[in-house]
Design a binder for this molecule. Structure first.
Ligand code: GRG
Length: 290
């Protein structure tokens, strides 16, 4: 699994480096590259490739779309660490972008990474039909805005030090983290022009994968170490974050995560051996330490 993930990370980084080299230079590029290449598992690209291979999609196309997703992901991490958000000084074992470059540069580099995602998806070199490109851009925009990552982040901040119900925590985590995974799961079906019902089914699978990912992230914060995680741990408790661990406790949260994997695997059963890579990725997500 790690070998496959490393290859996808290498190919995604190669695509992004080539894409950036072809553009005119700017003073923000150094901070943007820091957000993109200072580590990072590229797990969202892996999910895209796993689902794409079920539907026999071209690997290079999947890497290009994954690169756009990783731009949005990198943007969200840079902004997440800002003093006005989670105020974190370490990310991926290195100083957060605003510590290294200053707040204004971090904000602008983040914004530029968001728009780069749209440049990648609308680029002539991405050899898919124009209408499909519009559908992909529409879906990724929806996943990133007030009904997705930004909206989820707003809820995450506003729930601090409050008693929050299970339903609201799950809704917040699906928006903050799940929506980008939903995009990764739906994109291959959008490209294959599948019907709305099937696309929705894969968006729901993506939401569950994102929830699983966020729960695993919360477990790392609860039990993990700075060295392994590459970021400070034990922050959620200190900040009074509303997480499933704070509501259900550690053991029940692990059970909840395992049940999620069981539920997703049942959904994937009809794809037989073609879904084995994805099932392997799900186990990796829960058992990772960073
Ligand atoms: C609208 C895109 C956008 C952002 C603004 C700041 C913000 C609103 C949203 C933050 C969302 C966020 C950071 C969610 C947490 C998701 C999460 C668990 C990130 C960790 O992802 P990994 O482990 O990171 O894949 P690596 O380092 O491997 O890339």
């Amino acid at each position: 699994m790690q070998k496959k993930l490393n290859k996808i990370a290498k190919d995604t980084n190669f695509f992004l480096k080539k894409f950036i080299v072809r553009q005119k230079k700017s003073d923000l590029i150094v901070a943007m590259k820091y957000g993109l290449f200072s580590g990072g598992k590229k797990i969202r690209s892996k999910i895209l490739v796993d689902i794409g291979s079920i539907f026999k999609l071209d690997y290079k196309t999947l890497i290009s779309i994954g690169a756009a997703v990783e731009c949005i992901h990198a943007y969200s991490l840079i902004h997440d660490d800002l003093p006005c958000m989670d105020d974190d000084t370490i990310r991926r074992g290195k100083p957060s972008a605003h510590i290294k470059f200053g707040e204004a540069t971090a904000v602008l580099a983040g914004n530029s990474l968001l728009t780069m995602a749209f440049e990648i998806l609308s680029h002539n070199n991405l050899r898919i039909h124009e209408k499909i490109k519009i559908d992909l851009i529409n879906k990724i925009s929806e996943s990133s805005g007030h009904l997705g990552i930004a909206g989820g982040q707003y809820l995450d901040l506003s729930y601090e030090r409050k008693k929050v119900s299970f339903k609201r925590i799950v809704d917040m985590e699906i928006k903050k983290t799940g929506k980008l995974f939903s995009f990764c799961c739906a994109a291959p079906l959008i490209i294959k022009r599948k019907n709305k019902k099937d696309i929705k089914k894969f968006e729901d699978i993506g939401a569950d994968i994102g929830l699983l990912f966020q729960v695993a992230d919360d477990l790392i914060d609860y039990k993990g170490s700075l060295i392994a995680a590459g970021k400070k741990t034990g922050k959620d408790k200190k900040k009074g974050k509303a997480t499933l661990i704070s509501l259900l406790g550690y053991k029940n949260t692990i059970k909840y995560a395992k049940d999620l994997i069981f539920k997703i695997n049942i959904e994937l059963k009809k794809y037989g051996s073609k879904s084995e890579n994805l099932s392997e990725t799900l186990n990796y997500i829960l058992n990772r330490n960073k």
